[in-house]
Design a protein around this ligand. Sequence first.
Ligand SMILES: Cc1ncc(COP(=O)(O)O)c(C=O)c1O
Ligand SMILES: N[C@@H](CCCC[NH3+])C(=O)O
Length: 416
Amino acid sequence: MDHFNYRDNQLFAEGVSVQDIATQFGTPCYVYSRATLERHYHAFTDAAAGQHHLVCYAVKANSNLAVLNVLARLGSGFDIVSQGELARVVAAGGDPRKVVFSGVAKTAHEIRYALELGIKCFNVESEAELERISDVATELGQTAPISIRVNPDIDAKTHPYISTGLKENKFGIEIHRAVSVYQHAATLPGISIEGIDFHIGSQLTEVEPFLAALDKVLAIIKQLKTLNIHIKHLDVGGGLGVAYLAEEPPHPSSYVSQLVERLSEFSDLELVFEPGRAIAANAGILITQVEFLKQNQGKNFAIVDAGMNDLLRPSLYQAWQNIIAVSPRSGTPSSYDIVGPVCETGDFLGKDRELSLQQGDLLAVRSAGAYGFSMSSNYNSRPRVAEIMVDGATAHEIRKRETIADLYQGENKLPN
Ligand SMILES: Cc1ncc(COP(=O)(O)O)c(C=O)c1O
Ligand SMILES: N[C@@H](CCCC[NH3+])C(=O)O
């Protein structure tokens, strides 16, 4: 469910007409709903209420400062993968003590920055990284809180590019070596063992792979206890999917409850979640305008003003996202490929979409709040689009559209 609905044949974002947003701020632009973000966050926290828990929203899904700020105000923690994301969290008013730091290649500089801010935990992805974290912490006279990311070798049954928990993926430490890595970690001077984590992939539509990974990791927690290594938190990563087309992912509350049920023997364990998509995807749309309608060899194209540089998912993963008219027409629909202005054959937002269209019409690409703007680029020297957040009856410009000058500021010609 979200807050983008039709009223009198006009698409609304909460209390504001999408047509009005386009008129005021221009197209293309991303539009987010504060109420949807808040509702999705609460779906996790309400369902986890019986267990000590922390939701660490995955910043990579949508790192706009206003989005982070809305979540920070609710008490959310954050899952980050770079110094840049951590700086954003701080700038948005997030609490560094609720930050977990994931990613396979943390630099010494990034580790130092995170230690100085006092983050909750480093999710460690390799032995070499463990050594580096210990060294940097020792230099600073600190001990770094860590969790080992175990790779449970579970097939998450998702797109191969976004599966992360198989042994052939680059992520985490093989599960059969986890215990020995913890034993080694316990000997390092700059390390304080706090947790254990996994993340098996993104856009998962079933709970079973999560439960299978959870069971494997709970067995390790028990084994570590016998070795006098006490795990305080279990981070189950993110990855819960959303319905883009006909998928039927479990509701966050059902997913959370099923995980919590497995923890009856582990009442002291803090459960950490890192959802990105489940919170942000359906809290956003991308509005785009039809520039031209065109026919080639009997095929209909609607050429729109947003392209793969604005929303990469369809091109990169052949992802399907719903495309709807902002003011639907009553005429007989035709089948259109919705394509962008970028000079790539793979530049499309959707194929074979049944729509009744005229030049100048506005379209909304749904479920675009996650991995939309955050994966956008300046390819073809196209300025990045504006981002708008609707809060009740008001639309706020939370990021201005880039100007043409923004595209080359900071670059220098060679001296004569
Ligand atoms: C370590 C980690 N945590 C959390 C996430 C967020 O994933 P999602 O947006 O699928 O919830 C990702 C991305 O897949 C990730 O790699
Ligand atoms: N960018 C991906 C998700 C990647 C998750 C990051 N590990 C998507 O749009 O579906």
